[in-house]
Design a protein around this ligand. Structure first.
Ligand code: PHE
Ligand code: ZN
Length: 889
C-alpha cells in the first residue's frame, strides 16, 4: 500500500507512536506566514543501498544557522512516513531529537553542524509514486513538490539550496545503470555482484530537484555543442526495445538547447543532460537538474504508434523541461505560492518554442483552446485561485491550468505591452539578478518593470485576483468617428481559507485591435489599447463608414469578450481577418451564439435554419479557400467544445448542449457532404510525411470523417474502414477508429479487436484504445467503460491507464452527464478507490464533479451527492479532502 517507508525493523521508539497526524484536520498554509528557514543546508551527501523492497538511506547534512532566520536553535527536518534508524550530530549518536507529526525536530547548539540520519524505504510498496518508487524493476524518484521528505529527513522547502553528493550501490544485474543529478565522478564494482556510482551536482538546488534512477536501461546517445563551445553529452534512457522510438525526443531536445540560446540567451551549464522515461508517473515530466524524468508518453514516438498531436506534445514537453533549467532551476521559487514564477514563465517559453518550430498561428489557437477548456472553468468554479495563491492545504492540488496556462498568459501580456526586445531585456535582468536564488513572482515583475521599462503597479492585480475578466464591447459610429466603449468586470470568486479577498479591482487589459473597411477587406494597421479602468471609451477618426471591429487579436488578453454584433460582421471576419486567431474566433463566435440561442430555445425554426445556413456558408468558404494551409483550415473547422459552450450559461443543460451541437454537426455533414467527400479524397491521396502539408492533410482527413459520421453515417463508416485499413501511421488509424467507435455495426468491434491485437504490449497505444472507447459518441459508452474497467489490461496502479479510461470519460459530456447520474457515480467510485493507492491522481478527478453549481438542478443534486459520498469516506487523503471540501463549500 502507500506506506512507502516505515520499516518493520524500525527501533521501538515511543516518540513515533504519537506521530500520526490527526485525520480530517488539514492545516492551511498561508503565503503571508512565510518565514525564512532558521537553518540552511549548504551541502548534503546521500548514500543509497538500493533494493526494490528495501533501500537504506544515509543522509549527511552540513547545516549552518541562517543569519537571516529567526535564530531558533531548533531545526525542522520534514519527513513523510519516515522513521529515523539512527541520528548523529557531529559524528555522535544523539537521542534528544523528537517527532512533531511526521517531522523530526533537532535542537542544535552551535552555528554549524553535521547531521546524519539513517532511514529505510520500501520502494516497491510506494504506489503514490512520490519519493523513491519502483516501476517495472527500475527505481526512480519524484520529489516535486514535497516528495523528498519521503526519502530523507530534510528541510523540504524550495528556499533551502544545497550542493548534492550522491553515492548509490546495488545489484549490478538488476540496476546496471545508476544515475543522479550533475556529473558522475566515480564508479566501481564489488566482488559480491554489486556496483556503485558517485554523482556530484555543482549547482546548489532545492531538494525538489533531486533525482535518482537505477535500472536496466538503454540510451539514445548524442551530443550538443553550446554557443560558447561546451560539449554536452545527451542521453535519453528507456527500457530495452524502446530505443527506436526516441529520435523525435532527441531532435526536440537539441532544438530546445539551440532555441533557448537564441530566444532567451540561456545556455546549458553541465557537461551531461540525461532524460529517463518511466511508464508509472503522475504527471507529464519533471525538470530535475541534469536528470529529467519523463512519463513515457512524452518521449516515445514513431509514425506507427504516435499521432501528430503526440509528436507535438513531445516537442513541447521536452522543451518545457529543458527550459526549466533556467526558469526553475538556476532561478527557483522561494515557496510554493510562487509556483507560477517557474511554471507560468516556462509554459510561455515552451509555447514560444513550439510556435517557432511550427505554425505560430495554429499554436496560438491551440493554446487558447486549452486555456478555455481547462482554465476558464477553473476560474469560474469552486476551486478558483489567483496565479499566485494566498493559501493551500495540499500543494499538489495547485499544479493547475491557472498556475501554468493563465500564468503564461499573464507574462505574455507583459511581453505584448513591452514588445519583444524590451521584454527580453526584462528577462535578461531577471536571470541576472536572481541567478542562484529562490525568487518570488514580485522579483519577476520588478525585473520586467526595470528591464523592459514598464509600469506594472496596477498590473500586479493579475497575480492576486482570480476570475476571468469579462470585457463588454459596444460601438458607435457618428460622422467620421468610430467609438468603442469598453467595460470590464472581474467576477467574484470563492474565498475558502478566510484569506483577504477584497472586492475585485479593474486590471490593465491589453487589447489588440484592427478596424476593417467593409469594401476593401483591409485595415490601417493593428493598434494596442490598454483598458485599465472599469469603463473607458476610445475614438477613431477618419472612418466615413462604420468599420468592422476585430478585437483581442491574437488573444492578447485572457478575458471573455461580450460583444453583440451583426452576424454579417462575424461572417466578414471569418472570411477576411488577417489575424489567424481572430479569424478562428469569428468562426467560433458564429457557432457559439447560434448554439446558445438554439439551446435557450428562443430560436424559431426558420431562424435556426437561417443561422445554420450562415454557418454552412462560412465553413464552405473555409473548405474552398485556397490561400489557407490545411493545418490552419483544420483549426477553423473545429466546433466549440461542449465544455466551453456550457461555460456560456450561468446554469447549463448538458443534454441540450450536446443535442444541439450534434444536430448542427449532422446538418453540416449533410449540407457539406459533397465538399467533405472531395476533401477526404484529396487529403487521403497525400503520402505520409512529417511536413506541415502532410500533417494538415491528416488533420483534415479525420475531421471530414467526423462531420460525415454525423450527417452521412454509412458513407462515413465506409470511409473510416478504408482509412483504418490503409493507415500507415497512427494519426490516420486512431482517427478512423475513433469515428468507428462512435458508430454502431459489426465493424466497430472488429476494428477495436484488430487494434488491440496489433498493439498488444505497447502500453501507450493500449491507453489510446481505452481512451477512444471511453471518449466515444456511442450511446452505450457507459456500459463500455464499465466493461473496460474489468478488462485484464486495466490497472489502478498506472496513472496513464487510469487517465486513459476515466479522464476520457470525465471529459466526455454525454457520458459523464448521463441523466441517470451513472457517469458521476463511476467517477466518484474511482476517486474513492484510487485515493488510498494514489491520492495525487485521485484528486485530479474531483474538479469535474465540483462544477455542479453551474449544471441544471437535477444533475447538480446527483453531482453533489457523489461529492458527499466521497467526503464521508473515513480516511481521505489531504489531496482529495481539500478538493472535495472546497467543491462542496
Ligand atoms: N514541474 C513539472 C513540470 O511542470 C511538473 C511536475 C510537478 C511533475 C509535480 C511532477 C510532480 O514540468
Ligand atoms: Zn513545468
Amino acid at each position: 500500500m502507500d506506506i512507502a517507508s516505515r520499516p518493520s525493523e524500525a527501533p521501538e521508539n515511543p516518540k513515533i507512536a504519537d506521530a500520526a497526524p490527526p485525520p480530517h484536520a488539514p492545516s492551511v498554509i498561508r503565503r503571508e506566514d512565510y518565514q525564512p528557514p532558521a537553518w540552511l543546508v549548504p551541502e548534503i551527501a546521500l548514500d543509497f543501498a538500493l533494493g526494490l523492497d528495501a533501500t537504506h538511506v544515509t543522509s549527511k547534512l552540513s547545516v549552518r544557522r541562517n543569519p537571516d532566520g529567526n535564530g531558533s536553535r531548533t531545526m525542522r527536518l520534514n519527513g513523510d512516513q519516515l522513521a529515523p534508524l539512527a541520528v548523529r550530530v557531529d559524528g555522535q549518536a544523539v537521542n534528544d531529537w523528537r517527532l512533531d507529526g511526521p517531522d523530526l525536530l533537532l535542537d542544535l547548539a552551535g552555528e554549524a553542524h553535521e547531521v546524519e540520519i539513517e532511514t529505510q524505504l520500501n520502494p516497491a510498496a510506494n504506489s503514490q509514486l512520490m519519493g523513491l518508487y519502483a516501476s517495472h524493476g527500475m527505481l526512480c524518484t519524484q520529489c516535486e513538490a514535497e516528495g523528498f521528505r519521503r526519502i530523507a529527513f530534510f528541510p523540504d522547502r524550495p528556499d533551502v539550496l544545497s550542493t548534492y553528493r550522491v553515492r548509490m550501490s546495488g545489484d549490478k544485474a538488476a540496476f546496471p545503470i545508476l544515475l543522479s543529478n550533475g556529473n558522475c565522478e566515480a564508479t566501481g564494482e564489488s566482488a559480491d555482484g554489486t556496483h556503485w556510482a558517485e554523482w556530484h551536482d555543482p549547482w546548489p538546488k532545492p531538494c525538489y530537484l533531486f533525482a535518482l534512477v537505477a535500472g536496466d536501461l538503454v540510451a539514445n546517445h548524442d551530443s550538443f555543442t553550446t554557443r560558447s563551445g561546451r560539449e554536452v553529452e545527451l542521453n535519453i534512457w528507456v527500457r530495452k526495445g524502446d530505443e527506436s522510438r526516441t529520435q523525435h525526443a532527441m531532435d526536440s531536445l537539441k532544438r530546445s538547447f539551440r532555441w533557448d540560446e537564441q530566444a532567451f540567451g540561456r545556455e546549458y551549464d553541465l557537461d551531461l543532460f540525461n532524460i529517463v522515461a518511466v511508464s508509472d508517473f503522475n504527471m507529464g515530466a519533471m525538470e530535475n537538474k541534469g536528470l529529467n524524468v519523463f512519463n513515457t508518453r512524452y518521449v516515445l514516438a514513431d509514425p506507427e504508434t504516435a499521432t501528430d498531436s503526440d509528436y507535438d506534445a513531445i516537442e513541447g514537453v521536452i522543451g518545457h523541461e529543458y527550459f526549466h533549467n533556467w526558469s526553475g532551476n538556476r532561478v527557483t521559487c522561494r515557496d510554493w505560492f510562487q509556483l507560477s514564477l517557474k511554471e507560468g514563465f516556462t509554459v510561455l517559453r515552451d509555447q514560444m518554442f513550439s510556435a517557432d518550430m511550427g505554425s505560430p498561428a495554429v499554436k496560438r489557437i491551440e493554446d487558447v483552446r486549452v486555456l478555455r477548456a481547462a482554465q476558464f472553468p477553473e476560474d469560474s468554479g469552486p476551486l478558483a485561485h489567483p496565479i499566485r495563491p494566498d493559501s493551500y492545504q495540499e500543494i499538489s492540488n495547485f499544479y493547475t491550468a491557472t498556475i501554468y496556462n493563465k500564468g503564461a498568459e499573464v507574462i505574455r501580456m507583459m511581453r505584448t505591452m513591452a514588445g519583444p526586445e524590451r521584454f527580453r531585456a526584462g528577462t535578461d535582468l531577471y536571470f541576472d539578478r536572481n541567478d542562484g536564488t529562490a525568487a518570488t513572482c514580485e522579483d519577476f515583475v520588478r525585473a520586467i518593470e526595470d528591464g523592459a521599462g514598464l509600469d506594472l503597479k496596477q498590473f500586479r492585480l493579475w497575480y492576486s485576483q482570480s476570475g476571468t475578466p469579462q470585457v463588454t464591447v459596444t460601438t458607435q459610429h457618428s460622422g467620421d468617428t468610430f467609438t468603442l466603449k469598453l467595460t470590464q468586470l472581474v467576477p467574484p470568486t470563492p474565498n475558502h481559507d478566510g484569506g483577504a479577498q477584497p472586492e475585485k479591482q479593474p486590471m490593465p487589459i491589453p487589447l489588440k485591435l484592427a478596424l476593417f473597411d467593409r469594401e476593401t477587406g483591409t485595415h490601417r494597421g493593428e493598434e494596442l489599447l490598454v483598458l485599465d479602468q472599469a469603463e473607458q471609451s476610445f475614438s477613431f477618426a477618419g472612418y466615413a463608414s462604420a468599420p468592422v471591429l476585430s478585437i483581442n487579436r491574437g488573444f492578447s488578453a485572457p478575458v471573455a469578450i461580450d460583444f453583440e454584433r451583426p452576424v454579417e460582421d462575424l461572417v466578414f471576419l471569418a472570411a477576411h481577418d488577417d489575424d489567424a486567431f481572430a479569424r478562428y474566433e469569428a468562426m467560433q463566435s458564429l457557432v457559439v451564439r447560434h448554439l446558445i440561442a438554439a439551446v435557450s430555445s428562443n430560436l424559431a425554426e426558420e431562424a435556426r435554419t437561417a443561422e445554420r445556413e450562415a454557418i454552412v456558408q462560412a465553413l464552405r468558404s473555409i473548405l474552398l479557400d485556397e490561400a489557407l494551409d490545411d493545418l490552419m483550415r483544420g483549426e477553423l473547422l473545429i466546433l466549440p467544445a461542449e465544455g466551453y459552450l456550457a461555460e456560456q450559461f450561468l446554469v447549463a443543460d448538458p443534454s441540450a448542449i450536446h443535442a444541439e451541437r450534434e444536430a448542427l454537426k449532422a446538418w453540416l455533414g449533410t449540407k457539406l457532404r459533397g465538399d467533405l467527400e472531395a476533401l477526404h479524397d484529396r487529403v487521403s491521396a497525400v503520402p505520409y510525411s512529417r511536413d506541415a502539408a502532410a500533417r494538415g492533410a491528416r488533420k483534415l482527413k479525420t475531421q471530414a470523417l467526423t462531420y460525415l459520421a454525423a450527417g452521412a453515417p454509412d458513407e462515413a463508416r465506409r470511409r473510416a474502414i478504408a482509412q483504418y485499413c490503409a493507415a500507415d501511421n497512427m494519426t490516420d488509424r486512431q482517427g478512423a477508429l475513433m469515428v468507428l467507435a462512435g458508430l454502431d455495426g459489426p465493424e466497430r468491434g472488429e476494428a477495436l479487436a484488430d487494434f488491440h491485437g496489433r498493439y498488444a504490449g505497447n502500453a501507450l497505444v493500449i491507453d489510446k484504445w481505452f481512451s477512444l472507447q471511453a471518449g466515444s459518441l456511442h450511446p452505450k459508452v457507459l456500459e463500455h467503460a464499465k466493461a473496460l474497467a474489468e478488462h485484464p489490461d486495466f490497472t489502478m496502479n498506472n496513472p496513464n491507464r487510469v487517465r486513459a479510461l476515466y479522464m476520457a470519460l470525465a471529459v466526455n459530456p454525454q457520458a459523464f452527464h448521463a441523466p441517470s447520474g451513472e457517469g458521476y457515480r463511476i467517477i466518484g467510485d474511482l476517486i474513492r478507490r484510487l485515493d488510498p493507492i494514489n491520492p495525487q491522481t485521485a484528486a485530479r478527478f474531483v474538479p469535474s464533479l465540483g462544477r455542479w453549481r453551474r449544471i441544471e438542478p437535477a444533475r447538480a443534486a446527483l453531482m453533489r451527492a457523489e461529492l458527499e459520498r466521497i467526503a464521508a469516506e473515513p480516511s481521505l487523503s489531504k489531496d482529495v479532502l481539500e478538493q472535495v471540501t472546497k467543491s462542496l463549500g
